[in-house]
Design a protein around this ligand. Structure first.
Ligand SMILES: Nc1ncnc2c1ncn2[C@@H]1O[C@H](COP(=O)(O)OP(=O)(O)O)[C@@H](O)[C@H]1O
Ligand SMILES: [Mg+2]
Length: 239
């Protein structure tokens, strides 16, 4: 592939320092890959291989321990997400980089349609127009209308996951990170999500995804990157 990547990860590593035990726990180690506009890169590997840690490092939920994460911004600038400051990351999260995590985090009393419309509110879209878009996406993801006005706190796992996806997809980010977005969905809803991901690819969104089902990697991935779990004896005492 000769196109310039939107995201280029080189030598990414993450370790966790367990202060009480004076130990370093390796998570992801020396990971390299690229993500391109309109393409999906899938991270695969057994549980504990450090897949989620890579996504969290890019979104800066975690600060990477080493490596470079070059992100080509819409304005042409290249930023190293492993090193840029918190303000720059927050600005990118609002405008360019989205993350559908495994679990839904929402304000306790916010109505579902407002949870989904949040990224559009943040961009200053008229609230009623944003809600209308939220309802369209909720409908597409087969969340029944009677649930749109109530908070998602008591929803089933699959319903919460669909609300989480709706919020991630509505924002149409340039780079979308997906961590097992369909793990608790039935096959029919999974097909809807696959279609939505394919549409976003056609619109040029670059995606980095972890899928619970290998079949989805087959259906959606343009590149596959395999991570291997660190061996237990690589956990070492902090010097
Ligand atoms: N916040 C954390 N503190 C300590 N260890 C963590 C933390 N997050 C992840 N890890 C460890 O890092 C390793 C990789 O985790 P993760 O990135 O979630 O893997 P995967 O998504 O491939 O299952 C695991 O051993 C996990 O326990
Ligand atoms: Mg994970």
């Amino acid at each position: 592939m000769t196109a310039q990547p939107i995201l280029s990860v080189e030598g990414f590593s993450k370790q966790f320092e367990l202060h009480e035990q004076n130990k370093l726990i390796p998570s992801s180690s020396d990971v390299d890959f690229n993500v391109y506009a309109g393409k999906l890169t899938a991270l695969i590997g057994p549980t504990g291989a450090g897949k989620s840690s890579v996504l969290k490092g890019i979104f800066r939920t975690y600060l990477p321990s080493s490596g470079r994460i070059h992100y080509h911004c819409a304005n042409g600038l290249v930023m190293d997400l492993a090193r840029c400051d918190e303000h720059q990351i927050l600005a990118l999260r609002q405008t360019e980089i989205g993350f559908v995590t495994q679990f839904l985090h929402a304000l306790p009393r916010q109505a579902t349609e407002d949870v989904v419309a949040q990224p559009l509110f943040q961009r200053g879209m008229d609230r009623e127009q944003a809600r209308q878009k939220a309802r369209e996406v909720l409908d597409k993801l087969t969340i029944p209308e009677r649930l749109w006005g109530v908070p998602p706190a008591t929803f089933s796992g699959g319903e919460k996951q669909r609300v989480n996806l709706a919020r991630g997809l509505i924002a149409k980010p340039r780079l979308l990170l997906l961590d097992e977005p369909t793990a608790s969905l039935d096959p029919k809803t999974t097909d809807v999500v696959v279609e939505m991901i394919q549409e976003m690819k056609l619109e040029g969104t670059a995606m980095l995804a972890i899928f619970h089902h290998p079949e989805l990697v087959e259906r959606l991935a343009d590149n596959v990157v395999t991570l291997t779990p660190p061996t237990i004896d690589t956990a070492k005492e902090v010097a």
